[in-house]
Ligand binder design. Structure first.
Ligand SMILES: Cc1cc2nc3c(=O)[nH]c(=O)nc-3n(C[C@H](O)[C@H](O)[C@H](O)COP(=O)(O)OP(=O)(O)OC[C@H]3O[C@@H](n4cnc5c(N)ncnc54)[C@H](O)[C@@H]3O)c2cc1C
Length: 429
């Protein structure tokens, strides 16, 4: 193939992963091409949430559209606290925010200096990795050559190879935005998880649990989402919709004006890491960057993109490096040993949570959010060091009731393998 355009880095995709890494590469003065199936300024289908401290620490608080100070969860009555009132709120004491998705998108696009980036619309179709140059052919027949290809085309990447896994846990949610006959959450409140299940009968409670994620959006508008944290096979939309209906009815709530309905949202939570020896790089969902315990990723994209871009720039600027060597430098920066170990622990945690019965799960979360806030926050945002993470987990284990401890100790399925991945000393590749 002979190529039409040539650059240092070709980024595939136009989601948060692609724009974050393209922006970071431009900041490293690399010549970047972006090839995306859709216009990179086209609004994303989802709105992304993040803890306020994450954007504050990055100096990006201005990218939020909404910010809640009153952030709570409800886990019902716990085993260790029989007096724990069913409706008692667990206060999180950290702000939570929703990005203004256009602002976040522009933030990254504006970092892509027009003299360094070329935007191409088209679908990547074929890849040819040569010694020093990789060539991507689009469905329309255009050829783009680069020193490095970054596949950021989401959870089913076009070129990146994943290690196959028999069952992937999928987070599913059914959501509504609208007005109600009375406020479904307190004014100005954000509810991370409402795991109360007094609206379900005994049989329903023995089925996999789901929780309510809810927030006051202002002007009497509320966003409510019935969510299954992660299941394989996934919880159906019908069940989530029916559960939300039951929940609302039980509390005497009715939707008086339905503004928007979110259907069919599926998020793979515990995709294995991609093959880190392949000669192209991944970023975002393609590279398994979703936090397996929370489903969040944007904070990680913002923190990790500059680190990866720096490593790639050093490799590109080194005399004679091959495409494979440049990709290897990127993979090493993206998934260093410590992050791989933590990812295994988060995946282990998710396996556990998927097996927990409803009351065990509620007790787990009471214990988890009973940790000092910097510990649970660090776990959820993936900002603890490995020793800090171990300390937090040991403290949680010590504080948890026996039902949770037994659940954490009994090993099933791939849990041993994941725990071993965390415990065994790993070297950087
Ligand atoms: C419903 C839902 C809610 C989420 N909520 C949050 C949240 O609140 N907070 C958070 O931090 N994370 C959240 N996430 C997780 C994560 O941040 C998102 O999934 C995010 O969209 C992933 O970004 P991405 O760029 O990797 O992939 P995507 O957003 O899927 O983007 C993939 C891009 O690749 C393009 N593409 C695909 N194939 C090709 C091809 N062959 N050639 C060229 N381009 C191609 C697509 O057009 C698209 O632009 C959520 C995920 C889901 C599914």
């Amino acid at each position: 193939m002979t190529s039409k355009t040539s650059c240092d880095v070709l980024v595939l995709g136009a989601g948060p992963g692609a724009l974050a890494i393209a922006a970071a590469m431009c900041q490293e003065n690399l010549r970047v091409s972006v090839l995306s199936a859709n216009d990179p300024r086209e609004p994303w289908p989802y709105t992304y949430g993040i803890w306020g401290k994450e954007v504050d620490d990055l100096g990006l608080a201005h990218l939020l559209e909404h910010r809640w100070v009153d952030t709570v969860s409800f886990f019902g009555a716990g085993a260790l606290e029989p007096e724990h009132a069913e409706n008692k709120a667990t206060s999180h004491q950290y702000d939570y925010g929703l990005f203004d998705k256009r602002r976040l998108q522009s933030h990254w696009i504006n970092q892509c200096d027009d003299s360094k980036v070329k935007w191409n619309i088209g679908k990547a179709d074929q890849l040819n990795v040569n010694h020093k140059i990789s060539i991507v052919k689009t469905k329309g027949g255009e050829l783009i050559s680069s020193r490095l290809v970054v596949d950021a085309t989401g959870y089913e990447p076009v070129f990146l190879k994943s290690i196959s896994e028999s069952s992937i846990a999928i987070q599913t949610c059914y959501g509504v935005v609208g007005k109600f006959n009375r406020p479904p959450v307190e004014k100005g409140q954000f509810v991370l998880m409402d795991y109360r299940c007094d609206h379900l009968d005994h049989t329903e409670r023995s089925q996999p649990p789901s929780f309510l994620y809810a927030m006051d959006m202002g002007n009497n508008r509320f966003f409510l989402e019935e969510t299954s944290l992660g299941l394989a096979p996934p919880m159906s939309m019908e069940m989530l919709k029916a559960r939300l209906g039951r929940r609302l009815k039980h509390r005497g709530l009715e939707i008086t004006s339905l503004e928007h309905e979110e259907l069919g949202l599926f998020l793979p939570m515990n995709k294995p890491l991609p093959d880190l020896t392949q000669p192209i790089l991944g970023f975002g969902g393609s590279a398994s960057m979703v936090h397996p315990a929370s489903g969040y990723m944007v904070g990680g994209l913002l923190r990790r993109a500059p680190i990866v871009a720096k490593a790639v720039a050093i490799a590109i600027n080194k005399e004679g490096t091959t495409s494979a060597e440049i990709a290897a430098a990127g993979w090493k920066a993206l998934w260093p040993a410590d992050l791989r170990r933590k990812q295994a622990l988060y995946q282990f945690g998710l396996e556990k949570l998927m097996r927990f019965k409803e009351n065990q799960l509620r007790d787990f979360f009471i214990s988890f959010f009973g940790l000092p806030s910097n510990q649970w926050y660090g776990f959820l945002t993936n900002t603890l060091t490995v020793p800090e993470l171990v300390k937090a987990m040991m403290k949680m284990f010590a504080n948890a009731p026996w039902s949770v401890r037994w659940g954490l100790m009994g090993m099933q399925g791939r849990e041993i393998q994941l725990l071993w991945k965390f415990l065994k000393p790993v070297k950087d590749t």
